[in-house]
Design a binder for this molecule. Structure first.
Ligand code: NAD
Ligand code: DAU
Length: 331
């Protein structure tokens, strides 16, 4: 099987490449990635000789068309992925998440190639803290941010291309991922690298917002379950019952670092900050037989902390620029 992985130099995409090479050695992988600020070629350094890497943009039909033509499956991870960036400047999100997805869909339609679309639980908006319901595939779309609205728009393009043109597509909407190779702009790696640098973690508002954390390897094993056994045309939600509020995550990190539980700063809240996400992944588990492997969050977080401690060369160059960006948007 020949797979085209867009965004394979990013956090989840690079972990997908590593997971696939470890568990599915018969698969041949081509990565298409623009190496934006979020893409890091060194995330693939240990497997460079086992994959084909193409630097290019998903909105560029001249690059995309021949790569799609020679693939059996396209797995589309590439995106502008950070909510805070989308509040500072939405334009790249429109370009990559909407125009980029459109470009891939047209190539998939032309060449009749199977397509899997990676998306987010944020398309459903947010839940009250005491809402007994979780997101399911029939929850109405109600995105809050420029990021999540462009992801919602890209999902709707996929649905329309499936219904109108009959492309063979599946969609997955996953909750918050954590693990190795995640950019230091994101919550968990930002706080881990702050703690390594002796800087207090930064908690938006009161820290009561809830995210449904899943280890990135569990996300990627679910993506393979969908590619292998998913029903064409379906949407699957991916999550592993990992709801935690941000305050709990920060205090867990402080414990792992042997620091006092109140050794953090409350900072200005994110405008429009979604309160809570929660995924019901029952169909993935009962129909496709998927089960998550990382059920102990504190252990997964400890492994992630150790990875950032041991791989400072991977993240150090991005840290100062990322913090400068946060400073600039706060002022
Ligand atoms: P990321 O920001 O770490 O990586 C994105 C990758 O896409 C980078 O390598 C970047 O260079 C590449 N890219 C960006 N624009 C491009 C373009 N125009 N053309 C080609 N390549 C481009 O993102 P991530 O966190 O790995 O997220 C991957 C996907 O998973 C996204 O679609 C995101 O919406 C989705 N998702 C993420 C999470 C999460 O918790 N991180 C959860 C659910 C879904
Ligand atoms: O739910 C899936 C989504 O999860 C993905 O679609 C996105 O691509 C991914 O970035 C993530 O979005 P969030 O906005 O939830 O993730 P982020 O890591 O930015 O923030 C997680 C929570 O932590 C959120 O409630 C905001 C808060 N936060 C974040 C930062 C960067 C802080 O309290 N302090 C911080 O410094």
């Amino acid at each position: 099987m020949r797979v085209l992985v867009t965004g394979g130099a990013g956090f989840i995409g690079s972990n997908f490449v590593h997971w696939t090479l470890a568990h599915r050695p018969e698969v041949s992988i081509t990565v298409l990635d623009a190496l934006t600020y979020a893409g890091n070629r060194s995330s693939l350094a240990s497997v460079e000789d086992r994959i084909t890497f193409v630097e290019g943009r998903i909105e560029d039909a001249v690059v995309v068309d021949p790569l799609v033509a020679e693939a059996d499956v396209v797995i589309h991870f590439a995106a502008e992925s950070h909510n805070d960036n989308s509040l500072a400047d939405p334009a790249p999100f429109i370009q990559t998440n909407l125009i980029g997805t459109f470009t891939l869909l047209e190539a998939v339609r032309k060449h009749g190639v199977r397509y899997h679309h990676i998306s987010t639980d944020e398309v459903y908006g947010d839940l009250e803290l005491d809402d007994p319901h979780k997101f399911t595939e029939s929850t109405p779309y109600n995105p809050s941010s420029p990021y999540s609205s462009t992801k919602a728009g890209s999902d709707l393009l996929v649905r329309a291309w499936a219904r109108s043109f009959g492309i063979h597509a599946t969609i997955s909407n996953c909750s918050n991922n954590y693990g190795n190779f995640q950019h230091v702009e994101k919550f968990i790696p930002r706080q881990i690298t702050n703690l390594i640098d002796g800087v207090r973690p930064k908690l938006y508002g009161a820290g009561l917002n809830v995210r449904d954390w899943i280890h990135v390897d569990d996300h990627n094993s679910a993506v393979w379950a969908i590619i292998d056994r998913g029903e064409i045309g379906r949407t699957y939600l991916i999550g592993s019952d990992g709801e935690k509020n941000n305050l709990d995550v920060v205090t867990t990190l402080l414990r792992i670092f042997g620091r006092a539980e109140d050794d953090f700063d409350h900072v200005q809240d994110r405008p429009g900050h979604d309160l809570r996400y929660a995924i019901d992944s029952t169909p993935l588990q009962t129909e496709l037989g998927w089960t998550p492997q990382y059920t102990n969050f504190e252990q997964g977080l400890t492994d992630t902390v150790n990875w950032y401690r041991e791989n400072e060369a991977w993240w150090r160059a991005d840290k100062a620029a990322t913090e400068a960006k946060y400073q600039a948007s706060a002022s």
